[in-house]
Design a protein around this ligand. Structure first.
Ligand code: C2E
Ligand code: CA
Ligand code: CA
Length: 279
């Protein structure tokens, strides 16, 4: 039994070693990725659940390394936060997305809202307001068409600061969405103090709502709570017609998910705007 245990230990430590090596490699790659223009942005349409019209898009970063492999943001964003590289990366995302969205506005799609993810570190950083104002000025994109997505987690570090930041952004006319709603801590407690404009219902609730009456009840509750607080609701990760119909019946305002479209490169998003969503 002892020998078995030792073997297990060995496997475990080799595993950890591989993870560590991967992390060190990614980190050094991440440091040069911005300069080498290895990041690109994809845009996923957000759709009005009643009319089926495209109302806006969420910006999602992609990293294609020098050897052509795609690294998932789920893997490199946490590392970018740890190393604080998320600050220059996040600034690039914001400016690049605003510039692209401004093009779509100028091509006649002025109603489109642009959603950009902000990591907690970015959101709480002292230079946030300066960076946001700078991006809007540089690109001439209207603040009222920009929506920033943050997670409930931002309030854990410093609730007062988080609320002050949200108010400063709101003062500029920028919308604030709570991302992955329902998966963090203290949802209810903070929500009434957050000047939030949109609630994004996290994918796990959406995925299980057809099989689990409890999840469906939770989604129904989130929708009516958000509406009674004057917020708009968007469901993410919508993949099936059944989910769409349930969400429509519950009065969910907007839908985002593979059912309508995967996140698209800018050129493909442009042709989608011209030709409409595939059905
Ligand atoms: P998120 O903000 O919750 O983004 C939604 C994720 O769900 C995206 O994954 C999107 O591609 C995926 N998704 C959309 N529709 C569906 C669907 O119908 N089914 C399924 N299974 N998935 C769907 P992605 O692009 O891999 O991004 C992962 C996470 O990385 C994001 O989660 C966000 O937290 C982070 N991220 C992405 N881009 C940025 C960025 O520019 N800045 C920051 N700070 N974080 C980012
Ligand atoms: Ca998001
Ligand atoms: Ca999300």
């Amino acid at each position: 039994a002892k020998e078995h245990g030792r073997n297990n230990y060995q496997f475990f430590s080799e595993d950890m070693n591989a993870t560590l090596t991967r992390k060190v490699q990614l980190e050094s790659g991440l440091r040069s990725a911005l300069a080498n223009e290895e990041f690109l942005l994809h845009y996923q349409p957000q759709v009005d659940s009643a009319s089926g019209e495209v109302t806006g898009m969420e910006t999602l970063i992609r990293w294609r390394t020098a050897d052509g492999t795609l690294v998932s943001p789920a893997e490199f964003i946490p590392l970018a936060e740890e190393t604080r590289l998320i600050l220059p990366i996040g600034e690039w995302v914001l400016t690049t997305a605003c510039r692209q969205a401004k093009r779509w506005h100028d091509e006649g799609h002025r109603h489109l809202k642009l959603a950009v993810n902000l990591s907690p570190l970015q959101f709480l950083d002292a230079s946030l307001m300066e960076i946001v104002r700078g991006a809007l000025e540089k690109t001439a994109f209207p603040a009222s068409s920009l929506e920033l997505e943050i997670t409930e987690g931002v309030a854990v570090y410093d609730a007062e600061l988080a609320i002050a930041r949200m108010e400063a952004l709101r003062d500029l006319g920028i919308g604030i969405a709570i991302d992955d709603f329902g998966t963090g801590y203290s949802s209810m407690m903070y929500l009434k103090r957050f000047p939030v404009t949109n609630l994004k219902i996290a994918q796990p609730f959406v995925q299980d709502m057809e099989t689990s009456p409890a999840d469906k009840a939770l989604v129904a509750t989130m929708v009516s709570m958000a509406h009674s607080m004057g917020m708009s609701v968007i469901a993410e990760g919508v993949e099936t017609l059944g989910q769409l119909e349930s969400l429509q019946a519950l009065g969910c305002d907007e839908i985002q998910g593979y059912l309508f479209s995967r996140p698209l490169p800018a050129e493909q998003f442009t042709s989608m705007l011209k030709n409409g969503l595939p059905h």
